[in-house]
Design a protein around this ligand. Structure first.
Ligand SMILES: C[S@@+](CC[C@H](N)C(=O)[O-])C[C@H]1O[C@@H](n2cnc3c(N)ncnc32)[C@H](O)[C@@H]1O
Length: 509
């Protein structure tokens, strides 16, 4: 049996940053790690091959992105004249990391170019002043070892290191970019459910690795669910064998549907019809009225899809929950069972990454939830204020049940939670805006008494052919509300590139 080779990786918590790169004699990329050091004035740095960098792949991505940005904008190249290719190759170095752990730094390489184009002081370029230890799968510096040269932390990367990195231009990070792509594909493979793929035929960019795929909301500081024991209830009068094993659909008794939208067609007498009319005028509640069931079977695909009435409205969906008597086979459980369709992240021309489904979707078909860290409104405002203008936004306010009517128990906007999908979330964070969208985000509640935490579920508004970009309207409100909200020229303006005929020209109103 072949024995697996134990690998060692740089210990993430001890790494300060990646600050330069170069290519070794074998043409393999190396990256310079500056290690954290309590004595800030002194740094320990060491060169590493990509194999060591898995735990800090996200830092590598930041380094490479910044490096390429700087190259493109011309920043930092200063008066530097890049060396011709033959001279560049003479900048290649071995990795001291390949030497024994006891090896020490600054092996002067006198073969360093003496090009007049790039003046490189070999001792500085070659700086490697840590003794690296490998233990229990970790690589870390042993900075106290005797004979270890220390350098001034404020001078890393040295101008010589930067010059050398620039000499390789973007090509010098080719292997790094492939490595980042592999890490990202690995992340996608680990997402439960149908396959998730990634395609980028536009450029070499990979979505941020500083992102965690989660399966449920993560509750941030100051965020809590309504006390489940006190207010969460299941349907009490339903049974699994009810209505010929069809569950809650065929009963007017399902408590979970209590807050769902009433159904005029099922009102059985004049009294109910009158109550329905009064409910429509906002003069009566809907207690006791039959309710609309959210899902139906699509006769062609035999899949459960969202009922047309819901699809054409913005009414919340109330699903059964784990306390219900109807059992797990009940038809009023769709979103809670998770994604059932494969998805593909892809690069668009002007709108960053987008999302599409590689198979045909039916009108009303459930796609996936929007997830993220749930934070308070105050925290969301602080995060917005600290971000740069025009930066992609992943904040979604859970304000479906806001009532600004001044009543003591009404929910004010400032009390709502916000789902932040920037650092953690699901695949739907990649769904772009369109003024003529093919999907809509619906409120799905499992606890009708919790007005602050509910699911946000994407459903297809049309039959969507395989490979079509999925979009939704970031301002999904009734037309009249949209006009009232639109403050004209003011506010933050992000140009919309949805390309639809009825494009409003900006992302948020
Ligand atoms: C939730 S993210 C969508 C995914 C994003 N494209 C990405 O690459 O991660 C929202 C951001 O995408 C960009 N975006 C989405 N739809 C757009 C559109 N129609 N026009 C221009 N930018 C758009 C904006 O930067 C917006 O803040």
């Amino acid at each position: 049996m072949p024995r697996s080779v134990a690998r060692n990786y740089v210990k993430k918590s001890l790494v300060d940053q990646i600050c330069a790169h170069r290519i070794d004699e074998a043409g393999t990329e190396q990256y310079l790690i500056k290690w954290k050091n309590d004595a800030l004035s002194q740094a320990v740095v060491s060169w590493h091959h990509l194999d060591d960098l898995i735990p800090i792949a996200d830092s590598l991505q930041t380094y490479i992105n910044n490096f390429i940005l700087n190259i493109k904008s011309g920043y930092g190249t200063g008066s530097l004249t890049l060396a011709p290719a033959d001279q560049v190759s003479s900048l290649k170095r071995k990795s001291p990391h390949d030497e024994s752990p006891a090896s020490r730094a600054s092996s002067l390489d006198t073969s360093t170019t003496n090009s007049s184009a790039i003046s490189i002081s070999s001792s500085k370029l070659e700086v490697w002043n840590g003794v690296l230890l490998k233990k229990a799968g970790d690589i870390y510096p042993h900075s106290l070892a005797s004979g270890v040269e220390r350098i001034d932390a404020t001078t890393v990367p040295t101008p010589e290191m930067l010059s050398a990195a620039k000499a390789y231009l973007a090509d010098g990070v080719k292997q790094g970019r492939k490595f980042i792509r592999r890490q990202f594909l690995g992340q996608l493979e680990r997402i439960p459910g149908p396959k998730v793929t990634f395609v980028n035929v536009i450029n070499k960019e990979t979505p941020s690795l500083k992102f965690t795929y989660i399966q449920d909301y993560v509750l941030g500081h100051g965020v809590s669910r309504e006390d489940a024991d006190a207010v969460k209830m299941g349907c009490e009068k339903c049974r699994p064998d009810m209505g010929g094993n069809r569950g809650c659909e065929y009963t007017a008794k399902c408590d979970c549907l209590e807050f769902a939208v009433p159904d005029l067609a099922r009102c059985k007498d004049d009294e109910q019809k009158e109550q329905f009319a009064a409910w429509e005028r906002g003069e009566a509640g809907s207690d006791g009225l039959p309710k609309r069931f959210p899902y139906r079977i699509d006769p062609n695909s035999k899949k459960f899809v969202l009922d047309t009435f819901y699809l054409e409205s913005r009414n919340p969906i109330y699903e059964c929950n784990e306390l219900c008597r109807c059992g797990s086979g009940c038809k009023n459980r769709l979103v809670q069972k998770g994604r059932t369709v494969p998805l593909e992240i892809f690069k668009t021309l002007k709108r960053g990454f987008g999302l599409r489904c590689p198979i045909d979707l039916k009108r009303g078909q459930y796609i996936d939830r929007y997830l993220g860290e749930l934070i308070t409104d105050t925290e969301a405002s602080a995060r917005e204020a600290s971000g740069i203008f025009d930066k992609a936004s992943y904040l979604f306010t859970l304000d479906k049940y806001v009532q600004d009517d001044g009543e003591p128990d009404s929910l004010r906007r400032s009390d709502c939670y916000v789902a932040d999908g920037e650092k953690m979330g699901g695949l739907t964070r990649f769904i772009n805006h369109s003024c003529d969208p093919n999907c809509r985000l619906f409120t799905v509640s499992y606890n009708r008494f919790d007005r602050r935490i509910y699911d946000l579920a994407f459903f297809a508004l049309d039959n969507i052919p395989a490979g079509t970009e999925l979009t939704f309207d970031y301002n999904d409100v009734e037309e009249r509300e949209l006009q009232a909200n639109d403050s004209g020229e003011g506010g933050s303006f992000v140009k919309c590139y949805c390309g639809s005929k009825n494009c409003r020209g900006k992302l948020w109103v």
